[in-house]
Ligand binder design. Structure first.
Ligand code: HAM
Length: 427
């Protein structure tokens, strides 16, 4: 008899790796609680039409990747029905919001979830058929401020904070606007027209999408189709005044709190429910599957699945990919601390303890040196224990401007004390 194995695309998570999974989940719960998000748990399977209507018939997820079966009736009072293992959780959360009339509170609902999702994709590093998402959604009636660009910026700022607290270095935020439901028809019409003579030179999927849902042509991964996709009209040119103002307000709020981002006008994301803001956080260490997380606004989703007007914004992080990134970082840096705080001269010892205390309270892993060491010795020890060294001499204590050296890059920079935590968290 052949030995039984876990099904292709699924995995057992074993100790000690499960310790890392617990760390990621505990950190996420802690950060979400600070922003007043509460947990929601929805079923692992739902009626198939929740996803066909919510995520969209023509998306890869619905057309190719769902685990769907006909659930037979067990009694005369029951009907057989088509069920699907959830491929994502936004549609399920919005379904629960409608079913439990959460909008009637008149308040914003801030909900997070942690759990498995299922997609029949081709398995590879960072891509599994059962994978785990940590996600959050902000939904509510427009009177609760659910359409405000401040909600988008707050969610993005929370994500930047969470990735920093997880100790993920070198992430990048990529941002776009895909327009509102009134911008979309004009853009789709322009796409359809541009595709009229070009679609025949594209793959069969694109030929079909050009007819049924031209926006999905932009998701195509076939290399030969890319030059044509590059030549198609850009959504940014079809945004109306309101959509432009919304996007500008999101960007301005991010600028105001120092969250860095890059605008990519081609970021449309592979689900039909998105409106206005869309985003991904990517990480270079992940290879082809470089999206740590993705999300955006979905102002019309509730109505599409039969509910009241309830605009929303949210995201889902690939927990498998967060863990992979943390493992790769640990392998690269060994067990290195974030910083070695080196007082220069014993007179600076007390100030150095105070600085170390501030950094540790901000969640950084810090080694504290000793002012009796010569600077050369501090550098030698620091290089063994930490990724960066922070020098604290008399001048630094007086001016509040510190010297920080990154051992791997060999770079030395001057940093104001208020900026130190941010600088130490970077790559
Ligand atoms: P998504 O981009 O399909 O969005 O998935 C979000 C994240 O889940 C991806 O960035 C990736 O990290 C992870 N992920 C997706 N598929 C796989 C896979 N096969 N294996 C491993 N990880 C995977 C959504 O699911 C939306 N519901 C996000 C959202 C929430 N938008 C608004 N609210």
């Amino acid at each position: 008899m052949s030995t039984l194995k876990a099904v292709r695309g699924t995995r057992d998570l074993l100790p000690p790796e499960t310790g890392l999974w617990n760390f990621v989940e505990e950190t996420a719960r802690r950060v979400f609680a600070r922003y007043n998000f509460w947990e929601i748990r929805t079923p692992i399977f739902e009626e198939t039409q929740l996803f066909t209507r919510g995520v969209g018939e023509e998306t890869d997820i619905v057309s190719k990747e769902m685990y769907t079966w006909e659930d037979r009736a067990r009694a005369q009072s029951e009907k057989s029905q088509s069920l699907t293992l959830r491929p994502e959780n936004t549609a399920g959360v919005v379904r629960a919001y409608i079913e439990h009339k959460l909008g009637e509170t008149g308040l914003l609902q801030k909900l997070y979830y942690i759990g498995p999702q299922f997609r029949r994709e081709r398995p590879q590093k960072g891509r599994y058929r059962q994978f785990y998402q940590i996600g959050a959604e902000v939904i509510g009636p427009p009177s609760a401020g659910s359409e405000s660009p401040l909600r988008d910026a707050e969610v993005l700022e929370m994500l930047a904070t969470l990735l920093d607290e997880l100790g993920i270095h070198g992430w990048k935020l990529v941002l776009n606007s895909v327009g509102s439901s009134s911008d979309r028809p004009r853009y789709v019409a322009a796409l359809r027209e541009a595709l009229q003579d070009k679609a025949l030179q594209m793959c069969v999927d694109c030929q079909r999408r050009a007819e049924t849902n031209p926006l999905r042509v932009l998701d195509c991964k076939v290399p030969e189709d890319q030059p044509i996709i590059e030549s198609l009209p850009k959504i940014a040119d079809y945004l109306d005044e309101d959509s432009r103002a919304h996007f500008a307000a999101v960007c301005a709020a991010l600028d105001a709190c120092g969250v860095k981002y890059e605008v990519n006008p081609r970021l449309v994301r592979g689900l039909d429910y998105y409106t206005r803001t869309t985003f991904e956080f990517t990480h270079g260490g992940l290879g082809a599957q470089n999206a740590l997380l993705g999300g955006g606004r979905y102002d019309g989703l509730s109505e599409v699945i039969g509910g009241p007007k309830a605009p929303g914004i949210g995201f889902a992080m690939g927990e498998d990919r967060l863990v992979l990134t943390l493992q790769a970082q640990a392998a690269q840096h060994g067990k290195l601390a974030d910083a070695y705080v080196a007082p220069v001269g014993e007179a600076q010892n007390a100030a150095a303890l105070d600085l170390a205390r501030e950094l540790r309270r901000a969640g950084l892993q810090v080694e504290l040196g000793d002012g009796s060491f010569r600077v050369k010795k501090s550098f030698e020890i620091g290089n063994k224990l930490a990724r960066k060294i922070v020098l604290l001499g008399e001048d630094e204590v007086k001016s509040g401007i510190l010297t920080v050296k990154d051992f791997a890059k060999g770079e030395q920079v001057k940093v104001a004390r208020a900026e130190l935590v941010t600088v130490l968290r970077q790559g």
